[in-house]
Design a protein around this ligand. Structure first.
Ligand code: ADE
Length: 418
């Protein structure tokens, strides 16, 4: 079997971590059972480009149990948990191409290797796999039925491809399912980002000025958790409506140029580039910490920081200390890559359960639906979103009410007022 991983002997540790994650993934567990019985993905070649974590491993196991022929590569050079590829290769016979810390060239070679079997379905996180099929492996396009996309950044890229008329197969935006972004983006990013910052630095959050750039679902989650830990949260935004939300949620809102001078920790979650840049680094206090939790490492202008600096040294595993010309030090975490996956373990399994249930059921839906979908970006079908919500709620031991007949009638009848 073809694969490229760091160390096959780490497989037993990876298997234990997969099992640990599975305990908090009851919805995916149910899907595994159904897939194992019904084999809805029999013989379907799937190329997946995802963060190679214990949660992703459980999704790969589900697809394989469903009969799929899966290959997996990393969606970020720093997010792979090296014991997981080992477990997938050794115990599940799934070809994996991912090594934590792989360089740029290896990252793209791994994507090409994951595509080598000629997929019918692509499963992406950030749209690099789709971008490679549309550039270097266009020969594969006629064989690809459809794809799925996990994250906000990927969905934005794909929508722009669809707008430009260059997207060559339909893709489901898993990110946009309610059971995905309302939970994974908010509670997952909220918790795992602080986990990453804390593992990297061990700073005390209480009393710190914590600047969150971007108040989408991810920014909301980070701000909420940082505030809960006692930090004084400052939000920067370009969207006036989100900025009002941030103010009414109790945070200070100001431009980055103003926040730069007072922040202790800066965290970007915008999906855009150069959100923290030259003029901001120049204003920062000595010892400022800068990190990113957006998908790509472009949100912090690292080339500008390099130019401004006399030198840099690695002072902790995930901390690079840059010394500016005036002697001031700026600390960049995790090379500006997703800090929750670079320095910690990504979102907890409890929340990835719903995200990956959406992935698995969306693939099944695409196969059932077959050819004929427009070459554009589709939402997760509502019935899938609601079924996942119902299963998750039941797994958490929570129950909800049902509408009475009179209430249903009331909702349907415009005549009844006070
Ligand atoms: N994205 C964020 N957290 C993740 C995780 N634990 N596994 C896979 N993808 C993720």
């Amino acid at each position: 079997m073809d694969y490229d991983i760091k160390d096959l002997t780490a497989a037993p540790k990876g298997r234990l971590r997969m099992e640990w994650a599975a305990r908090s993934m009851p919805v995916l567990g149910k899907i595994k059972e159904t897939f194992a019985k019904e084999k809805p993905l029999r013989g379907v070649r799937i190329s997946a480009c995802l963060h190679v974590t214990s949660e992703t491993a459980n999704l790969m196991e589900a697809l394989k149990l469903g009969g799929a022929d899966v290959r997996l590569c990393a969606s970020n050079p720093l997010s792979t948990q090296d014991d997981i590829p080992a477990a997938l290769v050794k115990y599940h016979k799934i070809p994996v191409f991912a090594i934590k810390g792989e360089d740029h060239e290896t990252y793209y070679r791994h994507i090409l290797q994951a595509l080598d079997h000629g997929p019918a379905i692509t499963m992406d996180d950030g749209a690099d796999l789709v971008s490679v099929t549309h550039s270097k492996r266009r020969d594969l396009l006629p064989g690809i039925l459809a794809g799925t996309e996990e994250t906000t950044t990927g969905v934005i890229r794909l929508k722009s491809m669809a707008r430009d008329g260059v997207l060559r197969y339909p893709i489901i935006a898993v990110n946009d399912a309610q059971t995905k972004h309302l939970f994974d983006n908010r509670y997952g990013t909220g918790q795992s980002t602080l986990d990453g910052i804390l593992r990297a630095t061990n700073v005390l959050l209480a009393g710190l000025k914590f600047v969150v750039a971007g108040y989408g679902m991810c920014g909301k989650g980070v701000a909420m958790r940082a505030s809960g830990a006692g930090a004084h949260v400052i939000v920067t935004e370009i969207n006036p409506i989100r900025a009002i939300e941030a103010v009414m949620d109790g945070y200070e809102v100001m431009p980055m140029a103003a926040a730069a001078a007072i922040g202790d920790v800066f965290l970007t979650v915008t999906g855009n580039k150069a959100v923290v840049r030259k003029e901001h680094f120049l204003r920062m206090k000595d010892g400022a910490i800068v990190a990113n939790a957006g998908h790509f490492n472009v949100e912090i202008d690292i080339p500008a920081l390099e130019v401004l600096s006399l030198g840099k040294r690695r002072v902790r595993e995930f901390v690079d200390e840059y010394t500016l010309r005036d002697g001031k030090r700026v600390h960049l975490l995790g090379e500006g890559r997703l800090i929750n996956l670079a320095a910690a373990e990504g979102h907890p399994a409890m929340v990835m359960d719903m995200s990956f249930a959406n992935q698995a059921l969306s693939v099944r839906w695409l196969l059932d639906r077959g050819e004929g979908l427009d070459k554009t970006v589709f939402p997760v079908p509502r019935e899938i979103d609601e079924a996942i919500a119902a299963l998750k709620l039941a797994s958490m031991g929570a129950a909800i009410d049902k509408l009475t007949a009179a209430q249903k009638k009331y909702l349907a009848d415009w005549r009844e007022g006070t």
